[in-house]
Design a protein around this ligand. Structure first.
Ligand code: FMN
Length: 196
């Protein structure tokens, strides 16, 4: 795939073929891409925990919030749930920039991960809407905080991009169960300001 095709295909996927397990090795390769991301002051304050074990995946699932705009959908059904997770933890001992800047780093590193994933036919969903109780499943040392979950699996849904209409950016599912994600046009986002 060329870069533009890869970027366009790197959508958020929320329904997967749960039976298609992901290997730890594949996930190591993806985190190796996250590792190379740009980083404010190059502080690289993020650490990643890989979860592929079925029982642990089952334990994590109830704590996750899915697709807030799809009011009638409670998240992926059994059989279409993620096959793996990457937990993203902020290491406060490594943090030497304002936390806000470290979040930019996580955006970049998680996008590297998801771009690499799609080239392996793995789709993913970043999940910021998780219950704080999720952290209680693990012995997390005080210098680490759980900040983001990335759900991963072989996609079992079609996702297409469409134009934003009337400033409505809500994603939706059509009558054929295709997930539709509105994106603003280039004309909308490139602006030109008058000089003072
Ligand atoms: C930082 C971040 C947090 C997100 N949190 C959630 C979440 O909690 N639950 C969810 O279903 N999707 C979540 N998403 C996915 C967004 O809803 C998705 O990126 C958006 O709908 C655009 O779709 P696209 O990724 O295919 O462009 C998150 C995305 C980002 C970047």
């Amino acid at each position: 795939m060329d870069l533009e095709t890869t970027i366009a295909a790197t959508r958020t996927y929320r329904r997967f073929n749960e039976k298609q397990n992901l290997t730890k090795e594949a996930l190591h390769q993806l985190i190796d891409l996250a590792r190379l991301a740009g980083s404010s002051r190059n502080c690289q304050a993020w650490q990643y925990m890989i979860i592929t074990e079925n029982d642990l995946c089952e334990d994590i699932f109830p704590y996750l919030g899915w697709a807030g705009y799809l009011q009638d959908w409670k998240g992926p059904a059994s059989g279409e749930r993620p096959a793996a997770y990457v937990l993203c933890l902020l290491n406060h001992d490594w943090l030497n920039v304002p936390e806000k800047l470290a979040y930019f780093d996580l955006g970049i590193s998680s996008q590297n991960l998801l771009l690499g994933a799609i080239e392996k036919n793995i789709g993913g969903c970043r999940i910021g809407a998780f219950s704080p109780k999720l952290a209680d499943l693990f012995n997390i040392p005080p210098h680490l905080t759980l900040e983001l979950v990335i759900a991963l699996g072989v996609p079992a849904e079609k996702v297409v991009i469409e134009k934003v209409d009337n400033n409505n950016t809500h994603y939706w599912r059509d009558e054929n169960d295709i997930h539709r994600v509105p994106k603003r046009t280039l004309e909308d986002i490139i602006i030109s300001l008058d000089r003072k």
